[in-house]
Design a protein around this ligand. Structure first.
Ligand SMILES: Cc1ncc(COP(=O)(O)O)c(C=O)c1O
Length: 495
């Protein structure tokens, strides 16, 4: 089996920090539309879609055509930050789809081609512009893996081994209807959150130094598909605007139609001061930019430079993707398909006590897997069950469905299908997930009453889903710990 050999080579040669490849044993040879084909000829519906990058699915003709056109044109493939017609067309297209008020007064900065570098740029921009240091971020948020972006991300355990990266970031509770940080849930929780932030910002004894910027996602992706209510986002916009605090909206995952609008901030009718875009903006190729109000443009030439900021293929693919999403109204389609998906999942999982919550916005959907035998919290939510979610993910894979996991304890099955998914394919996804949840719960039940069943972990190469393990431990598993560390341990002072 070719796939087996590829996977073995990967396991032998690649870093212990690899991620998706641990929980999804896939060696891929083809992609078309919403489908992936592995090296042994198995076909999957891809609800991971390059972690939300492939808005138009795999190898969409308009994307392929745009890349071919650049290749045939003789344009240099890599152009640092020089002007080119392809870049000009990309910027024109992008500006053309932003709200008029914002587009009239906008600057774009091309970053190194990852969301995390664009977040670094955004944080640097507002710190330089305001002369302040502190960033407000939200629990459950995720902004990337480089030091500054990681410092503004929620998962503590990933940051912990690195030491002091979070010193200038203050975390605020993100509203959640299902796991409300204030213990009340629903719209009331979101209203309390706005009042809480308002008091905090105006409290001279809050402990928070003057704030350079607030960064948030409109729908938290890696945090477990948590949508912020529109009213809450309007509240954050009002509070930051009144106090001269730049609002950075990180749309690395939500941008380009995924949530049902071209940009997710449009749902709330607000305008950010800084917009961070990556993933789908490059049409599947690496590209990351920030867009910001010109009054923030106070940084010096070279303040955020980098070699790979001139990828012509990515700019062409990004332009083609934006045009197609707009022309085919794929944002509206994502809203409708997302509704079908969530309604379908709620109906199909109604009898499954381990499916605690189905939530999301547009085609950014999550199913939180819980332990029905656990103790409910103050608002009735059962404990998140990352192990069971991992079993569900594996059952999905066996049924030809690729899904991601995220959220606290890795307990949320995350769905980020291409925006071109049809109603029929949505129905198939619902059936496969419902079947997978039932199978995983059955296996768990048998294991609990002592019948020998294949463990949920069997067949997985290692621990972890997205960027670390269920608990985002950040640290490596004990059996993999570096000999250097092991040698040092005896000399460490006792705690
Ligand atoms: C909201 C958000 N911001 C930033 C990032 C980091 O992007 P990248 O993985 O391209 O560095 C991600 C990645 O998942 C993300 O979801």
């Amino acid at each position: 089996m070719i796939g087996g050999r590829l996977l073995e080579n990967q396991a032998r040669r690649e870093s212990n920090a690899r991620t998706y490849a641990r929980s999804l044993s896939l060696a891929l040879i083809r992609g078309e539309g919403v489908h992936l084909v592995d090296a042994d000829g198995r076909t999957y519906i891809d609800c991971l879609a390059g972690a939300g990058t492939l808005a138009l699915g795999h190898n969409h003709p308009v994307v392929i055509e745009s890349i071919r056109a650049v290749l045939d044109s003789g344009l240099p493939l890599h152009t640092l930050d020089f002007a080119t017609p392809v870049k000009d067309a990309f910027v024109e297209e992008l500006f053309g789809h932003l709200p008029a008020g914002l587009a009239a007064d906008l600057r774009v900065h091309f970053c190194s081609p990852a969301g995390t570098d664009a977040v670094e740029a955004a944080l640097k921009l507002v710190r330089i512009a305001t002369g302040r240091r502190t960033i407000l971020a939200f629990s459950g948020g995720y902004h990337g893996m480089t030091a500054g972006a990681l410092a503004a991300s929620g998962p503590v355990a990933v940051r912990a081994p690195l030491g002091g990266t979070a010193s200038e970031v203050h975390f605020l509770p993100f509203p959640s209807a299902y796991r409300c940080p204030f213990g009340v849930g629903g719209g009331e929780g979101a209203r309390i959150s706005v009042r809480y932030v308002e008091r905090l910002l105006d409290d001279p004894h809050s402990g928070i130094p003057p704030v350079a910027g607030m960064i948030c996602e409109v729908v938290q992706g890696e945090g477990g598909s948590n949508p912020a209510p529109d009213e809450w986002l309007r509240g954050m916009r009002r509070l930051t605007a009144e106090r001269g605090i730049p609002l950075i909206v990180d749309e690395v995952q939500t941008g380009v139609g995924r949530t049902g609008r071209l940009f997710a901030f449009e749902h709330a009718g607000i305008e950010p001061d800084v917009l961070v875009l990556a993933k789908a903006i490059g049409g599947g190729l690496p590209l990351a930019v920030i867009l910001y109000r010109s009054e923030l443009d106070g940084w010096e030439p070279g303040a955020h430079t980098g070699t790979f900021r001139g990828n012509q293929l990515a700019m062409a693919a990004g332009t083609a993707t934006l045009r197609e999403v707009v022309a085919a109204r794929l944002d509206a389609h994502a809203a409708e398909a997302g509704r079908l998906l969530m309604d379908g999942l709620r109906a199909a999982l109604a009898g499954s006590p381990c499916a605690g919550d189905v939530r999301g916005r547009g085609l950014m959907v999550g199913v939180e897997i819980v332990d029905p035998a656990g103790e409910p919290d103050a608002t009735g939510a059962l404990p998140a069950d990352g192990r069971l979610a991992r079993a569900v993910q594996l059952e999905c894979l066996q049924r030809g469905l690729v899904v991601e996991r995220g959220g606290r304890h890795g307990a949320v099955i995350r769905l980020l299908p291409p925006l071109i998914i049809t109603a029929e394919q949505v129905a198939t996804v619902v059936d496969r997930i419902a079947d997978a949840v039932r199978a995983a719960a059955r296996a768990r039940g048998k294991a609990v009453i002592g019948i020998t069943v294949k463990s949920a972990d069997d067949g997985l190469q290692g621990q972890g889903c997205h960027r670390a393990s269920d608990e985002w431990p950040g640290g490596v598993p004990h059996d993999k710990q570096s000999p250097l560390r092991a040698r040092q341990r005896p000399e460490e002072p006792a705690p």
